[in-house]
Structure formats: C-alpha cells, structure tokens
Design a protein. Structure first.
Length: 101
C-alpha cells in the first residue's frame, strides 16, 4: 500500500468513526425525546442531553438506563420494544445527518 493510499484510508476511517459517533449522539437524543414523552417527563431537553452523553458507552448502557427509568416511572416496557425503538431511531438519526449535508 502506498503512503498516499494509506493516508487516504486513515482519513476515511477517522471520518467514519466521527460520523458514527455523531449518529449515536443524535440517536440517543431522539430516544431521549421519545422516552421523555412516554414517561411524561417535564425535563425533556435535560433528559435528551443525559442520554446523548451515553452515546460513547455502548447500546447496553443506554438500554439499561431506559429499563431503569421506565421501571422507576412504573411504565411497563419490554426489552424488544426498547431495542426496536433504538434501531428505528438510529436509522432516523443517520437520515437526519445525511440530510444536513
């Protein structure tokens, strides 16, 4: 691999990593908005920011947080419902960022 090609691959990899992080942050904010609505929270913006901050910690952390929050609010939820919503909002987040270009 030539130095030029190696440099291009490294730049693309860095770009992809940054884009994925932005998508996850956006996805978590959208999940926060959805969950705050379902949980009837008054602090929607703060809750969205809290969940967005979890983006670098992995999906399991997000799922655990949602489970605890739903349980604490007395709102029954099934893991599959949460997971389906997370996946759907990941797609929405990716589309949002694509449309901003």
């Amino acid at each position: 691999m030539t130095a030029l090609r190696k440099s291009a691959v490294m730049k693309q990899s860095a770009h992809d990593t940054e884009l994925l992080a932005r998508i996850r942050h956006r996805r978590n904010a959208l999940v926060g908005l959805w969950a705050a609505t379902v949980l009837d929270r008054d602090d929607q913006e703060a809750y969205c920011a809290e969940l967005s901050a979890l983006a670098g910690m992995g999906d399991a952390v997000l799922l655990d947080r949602l489970r605890r929050d739903f349980e604490a609010a007395g709102v029954p939820v099934i893991d599959e419902v949460l997971q389906d919503r997370i996946v759907a909002l990941l797609e929405n987040a990716a589309q949002d960022l694509r449309s901003r270009r």
